[in-house]
Design a protein around this ligand. Sequence first.
Ligand code: SAH
Ligand code: SF4
Length: 341
Amino acid sequence: MYDTELKDEFAAMGLPPFRAAQVYSWLHKGVVSFDEMTNISKELRQKLMENYYISSAAIEKKLISDYDGTRKYLFSFNDGETVESVLMKYHHGISSCISTQAGCKMGCTFCATGQGGFNRNLTPSEMLSQLQAEERDSGERISNIVLMGMGEPLDNYDNVVRFLKLVSSDKGMNIGMRHISLSTCGIVPRIYELAELRLQLTLSVSLHAPNDEIRSRTMPINRRYGIDELLKACRYYIDKTNRRISFEYAMIDGVNDSPAHAAELARRLHGMLCHVNLIPVNSVKGTSYRKSKKERMRDFISVLEKARINATVRRTLGSDINASCGQLRRGAKDGQRREEE
Ligand code: SAH
Ligand code: SF4
């Protein structure tokens, strides 16, 4: 809720605006119960408790990497729905990768979340509560956010935009748009809509294939919006926002990782203000996909570089705890246990 909305709500109960401001500031400190709001009378706290609830993310499971301290959480919400979130340390600060939906409708064949189906959208406060729970648990201040957890952010567009405005507000967590990335599988009409908002966030586009034939096989959304249409929307987005787009490309052994695929990709991205992020695919139970060999990745990158396409191999954090999303939740369902002592 915005502070103005909270003020209206309080006015309707006959309460003055400064009370709303007090409650708003507690909510953004990440309190999980009205009892923690110590500058508010017991009577009012009781009244609030009877009429509202604070959406909070409860820690169901937590894994901490021995290699790099990456923390992976399984959170549950008030209705028992669960999502994953990952907290990572980089040299430039602490980055949190949060979920925007419980599950996902998009059905990408290489993705554990996609294979698990869709349950529901998350509300803006459920997105915020993942960050707040992580700050509380780790004692760290989050400086960067990536919407790369479970779900397709542009399939929950209104809630995600509201979340972005709340989290970047100086009355909220005050995390600047330049410190936020949003990753999408390519819901074209929403990319146009987002472009109009001219937010300074980083748009990541999960491309994962150099042509429609491979992309439609691995990412069903491509049958609706093909690569040409998607890249046209990306060019429009760059024009409108002056921001560089980051293309995600999961390297799958024998599927999309040949030098010819690299050349095809380079042709398509020619002249775009962009960066290609190559990620060795994480193998997911129930699929036969394997990560590309190291030499294959080296050759792929050198083809891109020769064509003057900016490309890097993404560093994998938390590899010992299977930090890529959708797997912890699945593990919990399968009865697999690997918790922190
Ligand atoms: N739905 C959004 C954001 C969440 S997925 C999207 O698809 O962009 C976050 C990223 O992880 C995406 O780039 C997605 O394609 C990638 N991903 C999913 N499964 C993966 C796997 N098994 N290995 C590597 N990357 C994967
Ligand atoms: Fe959904 Fe993204 Fe997974 Fe595709 S990759 S199924 S869009 S979460």
